[in-house]
Design a protein around this ligand. Sequence first.
Ligand code: HEM
Length: 227
Amino acid sequence: MKSFFKRYTPLQIAIHIYGWSALVLLLIDFFTGNLTANPIQALEQRTGRHAITLLVLSLACTPLNNLFGWRELIKRRRALGLYAFLYATIHVLIFIDLDYGLAWSLIVQTIIEKPYIVVGVLSFLMLVPLAFTSFDIWKKRLGKNWKRLHQLIYLIAPLVALHYAWGKKGDFFRLQGEIIRPLIYASIIIIFLIMRLPQVKKALASARDRIVVLFRKREPQPKVDAA
Ligand code: HEM
C-alpha cells in the first residue's frame, strides 16, 4: 500500500477515480433501470456533462500552474483530456446507436436540421486528432506542429460550451430556463482562455512572485549568532 502511494500522487488517484467511477455509476444506473423516464436521453446528457467537465479541468491545468506554480498539473493534462475524449466518444456512440439505431440517413438529417448538433460534431472531429496525438511518441514526431495542433483546444472548448447552451431550452438574455449551467461552463472556459493570453500570463506571474516574496518576508527568520 505504501509503495502505491509512493508511485501515484493524490491528484493522480483522484483523476482516475473520477474517470472510472462516473462510468461505473452510469452502467449501474443503466442496468438497474435507475435512470429517468427517458434513459437514453439521461445517458446522453450525463456522458456529455462528464466530457465537458473533464475538458474544462484539462484546460484549467496550464493557467492554474501559471498562477500557483503547481507543476504537477501540467503532467495531468493528458489523463484529463483522454478521459474527456472517452466520455465524448461514449456520448457520440449513444447518440448514433441507442438514440438513432444506426439509421444513418436520419442521423445526417438531424445533424443538418439542428445547428447545435453540427457544433457538437465539429468539436468531436477536432478532439479525435488531439486524443490520438497526445502521447509522447507523437510529440516527438510532430515537433513544433504538435503544439500548433493542440492549440485547437482553444477552439474546441468554446464550441462545446456553445453545443451545450444551444441544445438547451431557455432564454439566454433573461437567464431563464436551463441556460444557467451551460453559461457557468462557458464563463469558466472564457476565464481560463483569458488567463492564457501573454499579457495576462505576465501579470499573473508577477502577482505570484510578489505574493511569494510577501510570504517569505513574514516567515520567521533564523537567528544569526553574533559571535
Ligand atoms: C458527434 C458529436 C456530438 C453529437 C452528435 C452530440 C449530440 C448531443 C445531443 C443529441 C445532445 C442533447 C441530449 C438531450 O438533451 O436530449 C447533446 C448534449 C450535450 N452534449 Fe453532445 N454531441 C456531440 C459532441 C459532444 C462533445 C464533443 C461534447 C463534449 C466534449 C458534448 C457535450 C454535450 C453536453 C455537455 C450536452 C448537454 C448535456 C445536458 O443536457 O446536460 N457533445 N449532445
